[in-house]
Design a protein around this ligand. Structure first.
Ligand code: ADP
Ligand code: MG
Length: 654
């Protein structure tokens, strides 16, 4: 079969259809045989030829066809990692990085962390002397540019999952295009599962001609929304939106196990980022005979991960997406209808190895008439504070003129510049301040947290603030309620601090240390042991970074005033005041007069102190503040005179 090559001399675009070679059943064949059966294998030499002869190669192939696991190996086999050079493959998602790297290490028969390694934030499983194939998040590669702006150690960089259009992917593409001008030897591969290749090839000017994809996917038949376990054997993949609804669904499906024979044949597993390695392995391990695996996932299983054995897919039609409003300056995770492109991808997960079915929990009419064709790139629906500071740190001064695959709106850029200015990170000329701006940029966390850590050095509470920052970087340190909400609430109350959630975290951390880091202690107290282990790791790394930046490591011995002042130094923009006559706990944000409420998971829920600062907002029926700390409003003008000088602070004691 001839690959369809579109080539105008400048770059190459390769589409391939994804028929599997006649397989005589999976399972017992050698890894080498399995590799040769993947659709991408037929294009091995075409791909290597394109990479050899073009600066940029764009590859489009269906999920599961072998792009991520095979292409880096082909490159290695063809000598692209000789002479100490490294082949990089980026992914937008941390979990995908880990899963794919361990699969490739297995296929190559090497130990993960040696020849094949991976790096995600706060976790580096590579050895610079021997690692030749390196998987990493696009965010980590961006960070590497701060030390090595031309990414000199890499011979080929494969930007994978480009159709996801994450902020970091888009930034990376813009920056790599610049690097290419200085490094003609560098090879780029941009790979994706959908036909967004158009945007990409225009961006990299690779091809002016285009033809449609062979064997365009057929529209799947829409079936009624009932999943009967009467279906013949085969695993089920269910797309829901986030950890909360996934945990609930897992619980519903596991309850009363013994009373229901059909249910007892189910192995129900959640899939979302932040799972431990052990939990991930369960998902990828083969389903035992007589059992049926049910994986309940976020859109991470849409294209970044391939699960063997899935025959049925249930698509809720929704995913959780970030949305940012530059007017109110509020960013929210909102449950949003997915796009047609996503719906097709989800459907495609069914029956890769034999005919399957997809149950879409929405009508055909909705799909045809109302579902948007494509999603909006994250760049155009997010707060860009982190993005702007990174570009500044890379010496890109003209942010508004930067060459983006999809430019964000100038309002959002200006908002980000404003926030960075008020944090003292940028000066009047919009240049990074020294040392604060450079230090904040150096810490791999969002600028507000980094600023909080810097301030804690001066306030003498860096040990505590680093613990808090580590906890905030983890999804949640609490386990799900395991059907016992009351017990969970009571367990949480033992640690509750009147000053709020941040100080409560310190109590949990202290308890964990006193228990000798016991998993039993965690279980008894509804605390997630894996999460606490991760907190310890992140904490150690942050301490190292702090030391490198000259931040004094010191404990304030539980003087919570300085702790709260340090939080204020970073998060002053999230200050809210309780409405004077509110009977239902309504707060208003000071900057946007936005109506917000305390999240039920907060230790301050129903306590309703007058002035609070929140860490983040979640939006369901209302806007809820998550992770809250009480403050004295006087600290606001102290921490950010520019930000609060013109704002009306009613009822302020000053
Ligand atoms: P793509 O990147 O094109 O979506 P991958 O390279 O990720 O495809 O996967 C190719 C094939 O490798 C899959 O179809 C699957 O058979 C196998 N595979 C990938 N990851 C794993 C894993 N963790 N465990 C077992 N098989 C895997
Ligand atoms: Mg892939």
């Amino acid at each position: 079969e001839k690959p369809r090559l579109l080539d105008d001399g400048e770059g190459g675009v390769l589409f391939f259809s994804s028929s599997y070679s006649s397989s005589s059943g999976f399972g017992f064949s050698s890894i080498e045989k399995q590799r040769q059966r993947l659709p991408v294998y037929k294009y091995r030499s075409a791909i290597l030829y394109l990479v050899e002869t073009h600066a940029t190669t764009i590859i489009v192939g269906e999920t599961g066809s072998g792009k991520t696991t095979q292409i880096p190996q082909y490159l290695k086999e063809a000598g692209w990692a000789d002479g100490g050079r490294v082949i990089a493959c980026t992914q937008p998602r941390r979990l995908a990085v880990q899963a794919v790297a361990s699969r490739v290490a297995e296929e190559m028969g090497v130990k993960l962390g040696a020849e094949v390694g991976y790096t995600i934030r706060f976790e580096d499983l590579t050895n610079p002397d021997v690692t030749r194939v390196k998987f990493l998040t696009d965010g980590v590669l961006l960070r590497e540019m701060m030390d090595d702006p031309l990414l000199t150690k890499y011979s080929v960089i494969m930007v994978d999952e480009a159709h996801e259009r994450s902020i970091s992917t888009d930034m990376l593409l813009g920056l790599l295009k610049k690097i290419q001008r200085r490094r003609p030897d560098l090879r780029l591969i941009i790979s994706s599962a959908t036909i967004e290749a158009k945007t990409m090839s225009t961006f990299f000017q690779t091809s002016k001609k285009r033809r449609g994809l062979e064997g365009e996917a057929l529209e799947p038949k829409v079936e009624p929304a009932i999943l009967s376990v009467e279906e013949p054997p085969g695993d089920i993949l269910v797309f829901l939106t986030g950890q909360d609804d996934i945990d609930t669904a897992v619980q519903l499906l596991t309850e009363h196990d013994r009373n229901d024979r059909k249910k007892s044949e189910l192995i129900v597993l959640p899939l979302y980022s932040g799972l431990s390695r052990a939990e991930q392995e369960l998902i990828f391990s083969p389903t035992p005979r007589g059992k049926r695996k049910v994986v309940i996932s976020t859109n991470i299983a849409e294209t970044s991960l391939t699960l063997e054995g899935i025959v049925y897919v249930v698509d809720s039609g929704f995913s959780k997406q970030r949305f940012y409003n530059p007017i109110s300056d509020i960013e929210n995770l909102i449950i949003t209808p997915i796009s047609k492109a996503s719906a097709r991808q989800r459907t495609g997960r069914a029956g890769r190895i034999r005919p399957g079915k997809c149950y879409r929990l929405y009508t055909e009419e909705y799909f045809i008439n109302e579902m948007p064709a494509e999603g909006i790139p994250e760049m155009q629906r997010s707060n860009l504070v982190t993005c702007v500071i990174q570009l500044k740190a890379l010496g890109i001064d003209n942010i508004l003129g930067f060459d983006w695959p999809s430019p964000p709106s100038p309002e959002v850029m200006i908002r980000a510049l404003e926030v960075l200015y008020s944090l003292g990170v940028l000066d009047d000329d919009a240049k990074l301040t020294s040392p604060v701006g450079f230090q904040v940029a150096e810490i791999p966390l969002e600028p507000m947290i980094s600023k909080m850590i810097l301030a804690s050095g001066d306030l003498g509470c860096s040990e505590e603030i680093i613990t808090i920052a580590a906890v905030l970087s983890i999804q949640s340190i609490w386990t799900s309620s395991r059907g016992a909400q009351k017990e969970l609430d009571e367990a949480r109350l033992q640690f509750a601090a009147a000053e709020g959630d941040h100080v409560t975290f310190l109590n949990v951390y202290k308890g964990f240390l006193q228990s000798n880091k016991s998993s039993q202690w965690c279980h008894k107290n509804f605390i997630n042991y894996q999460a606490m282990k991760k907190v310890m790791e992140v904490r150690e790394q942050l301490r190292r970074i702090a030391q490198r930046l000259g931040i004094v490591l010191k404990s304030c011995e539980r003087d919570t005033t300085v702790i709260r002042k340090a939080v204020t130094a970073g998060f002053f923009a999230n200050a809210c005041q309780l409405e004077a006559y509110s009977h239902n706990g309504m707060y208003k944000s000071i900057r946007g007069s936005q109506e917000v409420y305390i999240h039920p998971s907060s230790v301050l829920f129903r306590v309703n102190p007058k002035w609070v600062i929140y860490h983040s907002l979640v939006s369901t029926d209302r806007q809820y503040m998550r992770n809250i700390i009480t403050i004295d409003p006087g600290w606001l003008t102290e921490a950010a005179p520019h930000f609060y000088q013109y704002r009306q602070l009613t009822h302020m004691p000053h």
